[in-house]
Design a protein around this ligand. Structure first.
Ligand code: UDP
Ligand code: MG
Length: 311
């Protein structure tokens, strides 16, 4: 059995045929200078150019290169998640497949991780992207994310990050949540650090994102707020939501009985509002039940009974 590789580099690539080879060479040159074994996992996210052919050749020539090919374009989060799942290293580094991140920063990320952190995020302090469509929305989004999640990271969107594998493998990644990894990781109790990293302008190929990402970040932010703030007690959150609805419904009843407001509008509104409040309460109870089901872990119960059997 070969010894487990220590370090896994995960690189999502969607239509990056001109970048794949140079990214590989740049990563390999840095990793060969490290004293650890490594693997480079490229995830071809359903590219329709020659990306997969380039990656397949790299895999044939170098056994340290692993290639995952997704069935279609599933998006960067799914591509990163696929790479994290396959990774065998105890430490994982993720970076973009267009050389906008610089592999020369990897040793510094690892050094910071070994200071005792679980996730180390790159901060593209001197970012080489357009000011209005990229940098300004990013500054606003990062400020909002820091305020809402309480995780003071300057650059959540930077893909160059290092993780302890057991931590990142426990983070549920879907939709476009790769931008919220620091906030999601803190849910597992992870310690997060940040270092400034180099950023280059894209030389080949085109960016896969436009201004439309602002909306998805906004909605994901709402989801993250719920996950980080209320996921422990959904009944409390939904219960709180139901209070103003109940007050409104009661207001309608008061209007009908004390002020003698005629018509069917107020009774209908009262009925609908009471139904909505009841709906919120039931949602909260369901949320608690889902949480309870999630906490049911047969393996931990087996361990507990084994402890009782074995002295
Ligand atoms: N990417 C991907 N799937 C997608 C979109 C992007 O795997 O659906 C990869 C892309 O090939 C690149 C990284 O994610 O390696 C970041 O994408 P991009 O460079 O377009 O983002 P930007 O740097 O412009 O924010
Ligand atoms: Mg890029």
């Amino acid at each position: 059995m070969p010894e487990r590789p220590f370090l896994s580099i995960v690189v999502p690539a969607y239509n990056e045929e001109q970048n794949a080879l140079i990214v590989y060479e740049a990563i390999r040159n840095v990793c060969r200078k490290l004293s650890h074994r490594f693997e480079i996992i490229f995830v071809d996210d359903g590219s329709c150019d020659g990306t997969f052919d380039v990656l397949a050749k790299l895999h044939q020539a170098d056994p340290d290169v692993k290639v995952i090919r997704l069935t279609r374009n599933h998006g960067q989060t799914a591509a990163m998640d696929a790479g994290f799942r396959l990774a065998q290293g105890r430490v994982i580094v993720s970076m973009d497949g267009d050389l906008q991140n610089d592999p020369q920063d990897i040793p510094r990320l690892l050094a910071k991780l070994h200071e005792g952190y679980d996730v180390v995020c790159g901060w593209r302090k001197a970012r080489k992207d357009t000011m209005f469509s990229r940098q300004i929305p990013s500054i606003v989004a990062n400020w909002l994310i820091a305020k809402i999640t309480g995780v003071p990271i300057h650059d959540n969107g930077c893909s160059l990050k290092a993780y302890r594998a057991d931590v990142i493998k426990r983070v549920a990644l879907y939709s476009e949540l790769h931008r919220f990894i620091p906030a999601l990781a803190t849910l597992t109790g992870a310690r997060i650090a940040e270092i400034v990293v180099t950023h280059h302008a894209r030389k080949f190929g085109v960016s896969k994102y436009g201004l439309s990402r602002v909306w998805s970040v906004f909605f994901d932010l709402f989801l993250i707020r719920m996950l980080t703030g209320f996921s422990q007690r959904p009944a409390v959150w939904f219960g709180t939501l139901s209070v103003p609805v109940l007050c409104l419904a009661t207001g309608c009843l008061v209007g009908i009985s004390m002020l003698n407001v005629p018509g069917v509008v107020l009774p209908t509104a009262a009925l609908l509002l009471y139904a909505l409040a009841g709906h919120f309460v039931v949602m909260g109870v369901f949320g608690e039940m889902v949480l309870m089901a999630g906490n049911y872990r047969p393996e931990s119960m087996i361990a507990a009974s084994a402890l009782r059997i074995l002295p």
